[in-house]
Design a protein around this ligand. Structure first.
Ligand SMILES: *Cc1c(COP(=O)(O)O)cnc(C)c1O
Length: 447
């Protein structure tokens, strides 16, 4: 018997760990030892995770920080209950979009005054995409990827429909972006490249500095979607000379379901451009109640309406969980830990499950992936059912159509033993065909 199989055949009895030493680098004991020596391990205590659950979906909805419930309770009972409307001033509610934005700026390599927290990623994309097009009035092409997250494409389609005038969306394969941006490809007059740094399906990561330089070389500007980047690994918007960015508050930033999103506009562009959702919070003097819109000169002109105070309060608390890692090496240390977590999981799943038709679709090179591992299975229904069977076992990943099993490894609270145990569960579900039950094949509204 291949000793690697021994690690996955038995249920969570780890007595045979020593047998795998000669074949795999990974043993459960080694994972435990590395976890004990991990200076980031204390950060797990910042979250109230259900005991026994292996949560591999923090890339889709970050877990509840331990401090959020009390923080929200205070905001509700004191700031709202007692302070009432006076809290817009006394509790500083009115400045939340900028203050929370400044915290996010520290995580994405931007200046404090280049980021605000507001609205949803979709809405923010509409605002910055409309602004970005004004920088290239003679050009008509928005370049994006066929596999981009659908809302990004839908928002571009909606904006183009409003603008008319020959604007169009060109979609490329990720592998083809560089060629399309090359000087030889004269056919494409790219005004804006709208790109998602980490692909939500396969987890591949674009080199932001390199691609931004290529877009600029081709005469365009770039809008980065950082949904799966912000809070996951170091992002250097300023260093990359990125023009615009948007991102989610509820993924790696742990802001809670439907948390406000963020947007970034480089200083040099801010006051030159208008965004079409010209609500009063973007006005230079909202409380003058003037009839004519006069945008605030800086990043605040990218706001629209009244900030969602309770949701921003939760996001602020979520951000503190990520910022708390700074004394332990911050995002660079988190990135290194995520590389190890994902590598461990890839090695173990490939070792235990390859004969069941699970194919890795995430890049093997850690630098080329986000904190995510995705496998494809030939049959989409089977991939869905395997994910459901894993959830029933307390290993929460997700399914992405048509046939992807997706596992997020948020390094702030996951341990190597979680990667080890999750891989073992995957193998057991496949070996025993546990997934092959009607209850696991029934599709829910949210996958
Ligand atoms: C999660 C995600 C979104 C979500 O947008 P919402 O407006 O929050 O629904 C957008 N883009 C990408 C790339 C995502 O991964």
């Amino acid at each position: 018997m291949d000793s690697a199989d021994a690690t996955v055949e038995g249920a969570p009895d780890h007595s045979d760990d020593r047998m795998v030493d000669s074949v795999l680098e990974w043993t459960r004991a080694e994972c435990e030892r590395l976890d004990r020596d991990d200076p980031l391990s204390v950060h797990r205590l910042q979250f109230s995770l259900p005991p026994g659950l292996i949560y591999l979906d923090g890339n889709s909805l970050g877990p509840l920080p331990a401090g959020t419930a009390a923080r929200i309770a205070t905001a509700v009972s004191q700031e709202w209950g007692e302070g009432l409307i006076g809290s817009w001033n006394s509790a500083g509610w009115i400045g939340l979009p900028q203050r929370v934005g400044a915290k996010i700026a520290a995580l994405v390599g931007a200046h404090d005054d280049e980021v605000v927290a507001a609205d949803s990623t979709s809405v923010n994309l509409f605002k910055v995409l409309a602004a970005a097009l004004q920088l290239r009035p003679d050009r008509r092409v928005i370049l994006s990827e066929r596999g981009n997250f659908p809302t990004d494409l839908y928002i571009a389609q909606g904006l183009i429909g409003m603008l008319g005038k020959g604007y169009r969306l060109e979609l490329a394969e990720r592998e083809d972006l560089e060629r399309l941006l090359s000087p030889e490809e004269l056919g494409l007059d790219v005004a804006v490249a709208m790109l998602t740094q980490v692909d939500y399906r396969d987890g591949s990561r674009l080199d932001m500095a390199r691609v931004t330089a290529q877009v600029h070389e081709a005469g365009g500007v770039v809008v980065w979607d950082l949904a799966h980047s912000a809070g996951a690994f170091p992002v250097a918007l300023n260093a990359a000379k990125a023009d615009f960015a948007v991102g989610c508050g509820y993924k790696y930033l742990n802001g809670g379901p439907g948390a406000p999103a963020f947007l970034y506009v480089a200083r040099e562009h801010q006051s030159r451009l208008h965004q079409p959702l010209s609500g009063w919070m973007g006005h230079a003097h909202p409380f003058d109640f003037a009839q004519e819109y006069a945008p605030e000169p800086g990043i605040s002109r990218y706001l629209c309406g009244t900030p969602p105070v309770l949701a921003l309060t939760a996001l602020d608390e979520g951000l503190d969980t990520v910022l708390a890692a700074q004394p332990h090496g911050g995002l660079a240390a988190l990135e290194a830990k995520a590389a190890r977590l994902t590598e461990c999981f890839i090695d173990l799943v490939e070792d235990g499950c390859s004969e069941y038709g699970m194919t890795l679709v995430t890049p093997r090179e850690a630098q080329r992936r986000g904190n995510q591992v995705s496998f494809a299975m030939e049959a989409g229904d089977q991939a869905y059912a395997v994910v459901q069977a894993l959830i029933a076992r307390g290993v929460v990943g997700d399914f992405r159509a048509p046939n992807i099993l997706r596992f997020g490894f948020a390094p702030l609270y996951l341990r190597l033993v979680d990667a080890w145990d999750a891989a073992e569960h995957v193998a057991e579900v496949l070996q025993t065909r546990e997934w092959d039950q009607p209850r696991f094949l029934r599709r829910h509204a949210v996958t």
